[in-house]
Design a protein around this ligand. Structure first.
Ligand code: SF4
Length: 269
């Protein structure tokens, strides 16, 4: 018998923000081939914390009376294909909906889950021209940069087709938006067509600088982070709405202050 282990990143037993309209538990899978400069989960981009699958299924089981779904997040959950499939099967057996938050780098995993009827929702975090990527690979998948765009486009194609074929209920593309990358959003919006789009307020961090220079003290890190954030403050809600107006489609907007709203560009007509 093959024993499958999971490189564990964390577990939230009850969340009402990871899947609109649902109470879910959220499992974070450790490890990601990318190094986005704004990553909120930098502590689980790397490292090892292998757990037996039974330990993870027990966590889901404990949450099950209070939830209607499970969200797999990370890190990059689709990187641990075998463990993910086992856990998605378990969740389905427990009569729970299954969602995934992914960077789209592993289309084969998405396809396998969809073909087996194990996914209800996919949210792909689209980073397009690598504006959010630090270029630091730290021994992780050096091909990430080269193959990223092709893989993400393949993942989007798989999910769009699955929605058309009614194999997938929900699919959305999430774009983390900054002052510097707003010019790309129109191209992305045109490319993805009528897929629901979420514009998520981005906030600059200097995480890669910290891991690249471990001798930096906590004080120096905070000081550098503040300087960086002052230079590039997050876009405000009104600025994101103005960008959404140029797309001429209804989008969802996420910001730190208001959470998530649906925004209809037609209000300007
Ligand atoms: S893809 Fe997600 S988990 Fe990976 S580095 Fe980027 S933001 Fe972090």
């Amino acid at each position: 018998m093959i024993i499958i282990k999971l490189n564990f990143g964390g577990f939230v037993s009850l969340s009402t923000i990871d899947w609109r309209g649902k109470a879910v538990c959220t499992l974070f899978l450790r490890g990601c081939p990318l190094r986005c400069t704004y990553c909120q989960n930098e502590t689980i981009q790397t490292g090892e914390d292998y757990r037996d699958i039974d330990e993870i299924t027990a966590m889901i089981k404990t949450s099950s009376p209070y939830i209607s779904g499970v969200v797999f997040s990370g890190g990059e959950p689709a990187w641990q294909k075998e463990a993910l499939i086992v856990l998605a099967r378990y969740s389905k057996k427990m009569d729970l909906s299954v969602g995934i938050q992914t960077n789209g780098f592993f289309p084969d995993t998405l396809e396998a889950l969809i073909m087996e009827g194990l996914l209800d929702k996919v949210a792909i975090d689209y980073k397009t021209t690598w504006e959010g990527y630090s270029g630091t690979t730290e021994g992780y998948n050096p091909l990430a940069k080269e193959n990223y765009k092709r893989n993400v486009q393949k993942s989007i194609g798989i999910c769009k087709k699955a929605v058309e074929n009614k194999q997938l209920d929900e699919f959305e593309v999430v774009f983390t938006i900054f002052y510097e990358n707003q010019e790309y959003i129109r191209q992305i919006s045109d490319k993805i067509g009528d897929v629901p789009l979420v514009l998520q307020q981005g906030e600059h961090k200097i995480a890669p600088m910290r891991s690249a220079t471990p001798e930096m003290t906590e004080g120096e890190y905070i000081c550098k982070k503040q300087t960086q954030q002052k230079r590039h403050p997050p876009l405000r809600l009104n600025e994101i709405k103005e960008i959404a107006d140029t797309l001429k489609k209804t989008v969802r907007i996420r910001t730190r202050d208001i959470g998530e709203i649906s925004y209809n560009w037609r209000h300007i007509l």
